[in-house]
Design a protein around this ligand. Structure first.
Ligand SMILES: *Cc1c(COP(=O)(O)O)cnc(C)c1O
Length: 318
């Protein structure tokens, strides 16, 4: 299904996932609406197993693999939720899973991965070095190397989140999606074009890691410094497959800074009793940063994840 990913792939993923994941809730909170000056629907991917929307992609990928491919196992590279998604799905489908993480990965994340039964390999100073090592391990073991951004099954799986959103609220004016590699935003474009063509799809990235934003603006994948503190949004390059879908489907792309994301994280805690990790609060941060753009409208913000670190939780008090 590479490069020709269609809505039919998302619909097939929905069937695959039906036995594994219930639909997540989407609520609005009057106190939050009052601050935002809009009707804000928070889509709660923070309540997924492993705490983030990516599990939809991991399960879809594993469910679609031939048995002999599962037996040979999977290798991927990540510092965060992508790794947990692949590890969770591999455990369910009985596939060996190896994740290469930079030496700087936090002890909590390594522990979470090992608890899911994955092999965590710590290698190199950054994600680019981890990626190169993962490629070597995959070749040596004849295992499947899983790119976090350019794997069509992952996009098809995360697209199911947008089917749920547009089925629940066909009347949305906009949906705001945080971007790292862009799988979520690309899937949102694909599903909106089919189910809610009048709904604007707005992406948001941290100004401190703007590779996806600049790739979208330039119309070609570029590399940029990767300095955000917000894990789920930390990427240093554009990914071809999601960029290709975003190029035609995205209405707009906004940047917010890490401080605005932190403020939105606090607001979700105080006004929506929701624990979001930074990336999970970025969509709300984008709405708050441009009140005129969203005033009086019905806007879905995807709370993509709830895996806040101990330091993030401590900072919620202000
Ligand atoms: C991965 C991730 C994102 C970014 O998603 P992409 O599909 O990589 O753009 C946003 N939020 C959270 C919580 C994530 O884990």
């Amino acid at each position: 299904m590479d490069n020709a990913l269609t809505f039919a792939d998302v619909a097939a993923a929905q069937d695959l996932l039906a036995g594994h994941l219930p639909a997540t809730p989407m609520w609005s909170y009057p106190a939050l609406d009052a601050v935002a000056g809009a009707t804000v629907y928070v889509k709660h991917e923070n309540v997924q197993p492993v705490g983030a929307f990516k599990v939809r992609g991991g399960l879809t990928l594993l469910a679609g693999l031939p048995a002999e491919q599962r037996e040979r196992g999977l290798v991927t590279y990540s510092t965060g939720n992508h790794a947990q998604s692949i590890a969770y799905a591999s455990a369910i489908f009985g596939a060996p899973c190896t994740v290469v993480m930079p030496l700087t990965a936090s002890a909590e994340k390594v522990r979470a991965l090992r608890a899911l039964g994955a092999t965590a390999v710590l290698h190199g100073p950054d994600l680019a070095a981890a990626q190169r090592h993962a490629e070597q391990l995959a070749t040596a073991a004849d295992a499947l190397l899983v790119s976090p951004g350019d794997t069509a099954a992952l996009l098809a799986g995360v697209g199911t989140l947008y089917v749920e959103i547009f089925t629940a609220r066909p009347d949305l004016d906009a949906v705001v999606v945080p971007v790292g590699s862009g799988t979520g935003a690309a899937a949102a474009c694909l599903v909106a074009a089919k189910l809610a063509p009048h709904c604007r799809v707005v992406a948001v990235q941290s100004a401190a890691s703007r590779a996806a934003y600049d790739s979208w603006r330039a119309g070609t994948c570029v590399e940029r410094p990767n300095r955000t503190r917000v894990d789920g949004l930390a990427t240093g390059r554009g990914f071809a497959l999601p960029q290709q879908l975003m190029r035609t489907g995205l209405t707009d792309f906004h940047l917010v800074d890490d401080e605005q994301i932190g403020a939105a994280q606090q607001l979700l805690a105080s006004h929506a009793h929701t624990l979001a990790e930074g990336a999970g609060a970025a969509a709300l941060a984008a709405v708050l940063a441009r009140p005129d753009t969203f005033a009086g409208q019905r806007v879905a913000v995807v709370c993509t994840g709830g895996n806040a670190s101990a330091a993030e939780i401590a900072a919620l008090g202000g």
